[in-house]
Design a protein around this ligand. Sequence first.
Ligand code: ZN
Length: 277
Amino acid sequence: MPEGPEIRLAADAVADALVGRETRDIYFAFKRLRKYRRELLGQPISAVETRGKAILTCFDNDWVIYSHNQLYGRWYITPAGKRVNTGRQLRLALHNDEYSAWLYSASEIDVLQRQNLQQHAFLARIGPDLLSERPGVECIIERLRSPEFRNRQLAGLLLDQGFVAGLGNYLRAEILTLAKLHPSTKPRDCSARELRRLARQIIDLTERSYRTRGIINPPGLVKRLKAEGKTRREQYRFNTYGREGQACHYCGSAIAQNNAGGRKMYFCPGCQPPPKT
Ligand SMILES: [Zn+2]
């Protein structure tokens, strides 16, 4: 499953092809959306934003195409008008003078005005997107302290897109290790310093994964592990995720694994002692 950094990279590719260029033609597979063509034709696209796994293609006149890829949706970018050779179902196509952006297989597409985005069922319940809306440390601390989230175990909370949008299984594991917090810890059990460290790691690791295309370990550690001949998948990309039984790069303890909420949760018993309560 793609996490925030992978979705943002897909949105970047769409943005590179569309932003700043006038829309010459639009195809909607869904009949109910075709009436919006007249609002969008001729309009430049101003931004391509992410909200968790949804992508917002924003037009200069404040109309927005919402699309959610679910499991199978996929964007393709081609030179203008050059069709894609795929057996998938075409759902949406946007064409300008230079490029075409084709969205295949996505089943959830809507057209909305920007001021109505918050009324959309999915957007209404999703938290701030770490790579598009970029909530700061203070915003995340405030959410951690809020009555809605403070009594939840961090293992479940970090995967809840209503808390912040963009975290998945590998980021969850690495964030909690570097924040030195056991997965069963609740925000209400954390000191102010621990909450700040957690908020910082949520932001920093998501941004690092986006910049490095999925390498979570810090650059100095990656350099050392590569010099030791470690391969990406096995060793240098992650410290914790997928490394059950192997030594933590920070403290040498064997990485442990359990199933929290049906998804494999990896953690380091050395770096992440259980909460005292
Ligand atoms: Zn450790």
